[in-house]
Every structure is written in structure tokens, then in C-alpha cells.
Design a protein around this ligand. Sequence first.
Ligand code: 3H9
Length: 696
Amino acid sequence: MSDVIGYERVGDVAVLTVRNPPVNALSQAVRQGLWDRMDQAEADAGARAVMIVGEGRAFFAGADIKEFGKPLLAPFLPDLIHRIEASPLLVVAAMHGVSLGGGLEVALGCHYRVAVPGARVGLPEVHLGLIPGAGGTQRLPRLTGVEPALEVMTSGRHVGAQEALRLSILDAVEDGDPRTVGLAFVDGLLSRGAARRPVSALPLPEAIDWDAAFAATLAKGRGQISPAWCVRAVEAAYGGSFADGMQAERKIFMDLMETDQRQGMIHAFFSERAVSHLPELKGVAPRDVAHIAVIGGGTMGAGIATAALLSGLRVHLLEMSAEAGAAARGRIEANLAGALKRGKISADDHAAMLGDALEIVTDYAALAQVDLVIEAVFEDMAVKKEVFARLDAVCKPGCVLASNTSYLDIDEIAQATSRPGDVLGLHFFSPAHVMKLLEVVVGAQSADDVVATGFALGQRMKKISVRAGVCDGFIGNRILATYRTCADHMILDGASPFEIDAALEAFGFAMGPFAVADLAGLDIGWAVRKRKRAEGQAPSRDATYADRLCEHGHFGQKTGRGYYDYAGGARTRVPNPDVMPLIEADRARMGITPRDFAPEEIVRRYMAAMVNEAAKVVGEGIARRPLDVDMVLLFGYGFPRYRGGPLKWADMEGLPGLLDDIRRYAAEDVDFWAPAPLLEQLVAEGRCFDDLNKER
Ligand code: 3H9
């Protein structure tokens, strides 16, 4: 028998120890091993009870996600759990670390559950586009009641041991080593003659209004369907026998397994882990970073300083004057107050972060001993170069010098120093202490250990760090510029900003591009347009409606008006009635006869522009792999996670059809819609973007 499940008898208890590192996923070998060891325990004349315990980091992290999408391998998890529950022996789960998905379902198949205080349980299948598929929807409500069970399943959140005890998911929580705690608990059960207690035999709790719960969960899912299907699966428990309920759950689970949403979400799960695995950094040790400096304490600098403090770093923040420094401290205080209020940090942490850990300075000389600097000053090459020259003069050898620029040339900035190998871009997204994305921009001369330090810092700050090459806008802002231009063209040709936002929000974006512009501030784009026009780089179809809005002082949410009117608050936006007349004036000036755009065409064009530019970004090596682009869009630009990212979406849509559309659009504007050579190549070779993820 394999060693994946160890067998040992301690007194009259058969101990089944799961050994499938790193997280004890329930692979075929684990399922078979558990099955065989249950047989062994039942054949063992000295065994009166079975205890299942995990070795390493977890009880079980759930079904082995790598097996999904492939042919099913027996024994199937629901059958195994049924077999465990039906055992004549008393079966106990001794839990530590995480018990997630199928892992919690195994525990629910045991007759009792004991856990150590640090244990966490959950049914996170919705985050993979699925529902619990091994009895979770049938057993959990019998322990907790319907509403708590649905809340746990539809949120997919991790539930701490004490809360799980209160919810009756656990029978006991005891401190100590899980094996010792488990054995003591089993001894207690045996000595008081406790009976087996199959959860499937417990009575069903009171039913709820299923249709109302389904509709409410569907609406909350913003296009994601699996949470709502949890409701239907629980409802099925009320339609017949336990076996009927299990069958209904299985059918929903298998149907969801066939969906694009399942594919998209599993792509996201593996990609967010793969994104920081870079072959060139294998074995490269990052430099030690304990103390950093942030140059500039505006919204971005203060956000970066906050993220650094929250990750336990010491921070020197440099501002131009004592007044500017005080304002920066105020911003950081406000950010940290939010973290305290949300329970992310304790009052002691809060005091320490604003006490010894943070120092506001005005003199570069104070930065002599820091390990890493992040510059977050005004986006102007001359200003940046001056900052880097000053840093070069004072910082100790080996200090990493990073710029938070969102589009300027890192190589040119590096040339302002005598140590270009120590320079890289660390492009945070605003608000930097909240947004998960970090682009690690690698310059021509950035040393490998400097890049590794950027990734290590990102990991410490719990960011999704993506390697990007140098170009205007790097990965995210370069692609954004293209799909925004596509939206602007659609407006001139007849769509309204409100139709575009509505179509893209229905597609699953958190916000449409014009609502995003209002949030970011319309003055930012205005400044860029003015600069580009002054540099002779005005776009071919240079509309002025957005400038007119700004000239009237309408900068978006911060002034209460932009594309939308926010008089009723940020959540209750209504279209600003001034916008359409300004757009119509542009159309008239340019001699355009507007036409209608259906929501499907809006989405198709917008996505085609996004995918085409993304393919150029990958083809030019600015992003190493398609999955890097997908993660940038997911974590920095509100792309719906259940679609996996633009290039995963493109694969699922079919690249040949998308290329045909791009070629058709090119008849209107040959420059804007020039097909990406990589897209043409993939179509010619009958391959897809995901093939490149596996190769690189
Ligand atoms: C399910 O159970 C369906 C059932 O209801 C019905 C079935 C019929 N499988 O995240 P980490 C890998 S659906 C395979 O870096 P952490 C992960 O890819 C499942 N592999 O560590 C990574 O590999 P690598 C429901 C898995 O400490 C390595 O383990 N369960 C699985 O930050 C370490 O992971 C879930 O959705 C898996 N299930 O977090 C749980 N889990 O090193 C998903 C992890 O090669 N997992 N790996 O990159 C998690 O939430 C986190 O991984 C966990 C650990 C909290 C466990």
C-alpha cells in the first residue's frame, strides 16, 4: 500500500495520516489510499475508531484542482466520503491548517470533528466557478442551518476555528498538536460510549424562500453564476432522500465543470501563483530589505508608504517641506485608520506604525542607510532624473532604486545614476495600500537580484507582482490606452459613454471605462492630452468633449460631476446631461453621422482592441507570457475574474473569429486595427495563447 496515507494503531484507534505535500490535496492517490486504509481499519480487530489527521500545513486543501478538466479518476470523492460516513467504526477528523472544499467535505463525512485553534475551514469552490461537489451542500446546512451554510458557500470565505465551533461545524477546539488533540478527543468519545453520528442522518433545518435567495445571489454575483447554484443545490436536499440531494448536487457540479467560468477561474487560480515564478530568477537571492524610503507623499507615495508599514517595514518618507511632510503624514494616518477600523491591524500595530516605524524627512542625507527607495514624484522625466541623481549621491552601495512611474522610460531614469543595475520600476496602482497589482518593470541593465528584490517586496506586501518590460505604459496602461481609444472611437461613431459602461459592466467589469475615468479624475487624462498635443502627438480623431467637461471644472467624482452626476453620492450616479451635447458637437465638427451600437458590438470591439494590443505586448516581450497580461488586467483594471483575463477569454472565444473581426474593423481604420503579428501567427498555427503559458 502507498505511503500517501500512513496507518498506525494507537490503542484502539486507527490513525490515518495524510502525507501529500504541500497542502494535502485530495488527488486520486490520496482518495485510493484513504479508501484502502478504511478497509484496513475495519479489518483490524483491535480498532474501535478511526482518526484522520493531516501531516504538514493542512488537513486537506480540497480536491486536486490539477485533475479538473481531465477524465475523472475513481474512487470519486463523494463515494469515498459516503464510504467513510457509512463505516461501522467511529470516525473522527482531527483538523489543523486549512480544511477547504473537498477537505471540509471529508471532515463532514466523519462522525465528529475536532480542531486546533489556528484551523480554518471553508467551501471555496465558488472561487473556482464550481459548487461543493462532495456533499458539502447537503451536509453543511444540517449542521449550521441553511442561511449560515449558504453564506459560507457563496462567499467561499475561510471560517476560523472558534466561529466554526459556534456554527456547529466543529464539535470541539483544543490547543495542542493536532494528532495529540485528536487522540484525546477520540478517547473521550470512546470512554463515554458516544455513538456514530452521520451528518447525513441529521434532520434538515427549516427551508427558506429558494427563488428569492437564488435571485439575490445571482444579482450579487455580477455575472458569476456558481454562487447562485449553491442555493439550488441546497434546495435539492429538500426534494427527496439524501441520495437524491447528492445526485442533484453532483449534476450541478458536473454542469459547472463544463463552463467557461470554471475554466476562467481555475486559470486565474494557477496564474496568480505562476506569475511570480520566473525562470531567470530561480536561485537568485533578493537583497535584504527592512528599511525603505518613499520619495513624495502625495496620494501614491502615501499609499506606498502605508503598504510598506502594513508589511512591517520601516519607512522614511521624503517631502519637499515640513508642511508637505505633515500633509503626507495625514494621508498615511487616514489610510492606517481605515486598516485599524477594518480590523486588519491592532491598535498596538497602528501606534507602532505611526510611531517609530515612520519618519518624515526633508533632507536626502537622511536616506543614506535605507535598503530600497521608491520614487513617487510628479510624472516628469527631468524631475525624476534629478531625484535619481540625488539618490545616487546619498544612498549606500547596494540600495535598490525604484521608480513608481506609470509610463516613463526606466532606462533613461537609470542613466541619471552611476548604478543603472540597481534601478528598476515598481509600478503600484492607486490606492497602493489596497490595489493588489504591482508591475515590476525590468530595465535593460536591472540586475537579477534587484528584480528578485522587487518580487520579494511585492510578496511581502501581498501583491500580485508581474514582470514588465520597458515601453510607454508598460503592460497595463499600454493596453488600457488602446481599449480606451477604441471606446472613444465608438463614442464618436454613435455610442454614448453610458451605453459603453452598461455593456461592459454587464460583461462583468467592476466599472465601465467612463465611470473609471470619473473615479480616477478627468484632469489626469486632460493633462496627458494637452501634453501629447503640445508634442505633436494628437490622436487622429481628436475629440474635445472631455476637455470641455474639464474646462467647466467637472473632473469626475471629486468635483461631483464628470460623465456622471454624483449629487446623490458615488453609488448613485446618473448620466450628466451636459455630456451628450458636447459629444454631438464633436461629431458635427468631424462630419460623422452617428449609428447605433448594440451592447454585443460594444463588448466585441472593446475586447478585440484589448486582446490585439495584449498580443502585441506579449509578442514584443513586454509581458513574458499571456498569463502575465491576464493577471495585470484582473488585479489592476477590474477585469472579471470569472473570465480568466483577456487572453484566456480570447482563447475561449476562438482566436480565428476574433482575428477575422479585427481584420474587418481594420477596413475602417487600418492603423488602429493592425492585427498583432502574434495573433496572426497563433491562428495560422492553430494554437492558442494558453499554449504559450506552458512553453515560457
Ligand atoms: C473541491 O474541493 C471540489 C470538491 O467540492 C468536490 C470534488 C468532487 N489542488 O496557494 P499556495 C497548490 S475544489 C492542487 O501557494 P498558501 C498551489 O497551486 C478545491 N494544488 O499556498 C501551490 O502550488 P505551487 C477547493 C493545490 O499557503 C501550492 O499548492 N479548495 C491546491 O498561500 C501551495 O499553494 C480550494 O479551492 C489544490 N486544491 O495557500 C483551495 N491547493 O507551489 C485552494 C493549493 O506549484 N487553495 N495547491 O504554485 C488555496 O486556497 C491555497 O492554496 C491554500 C494554501 C490556502 C490551500
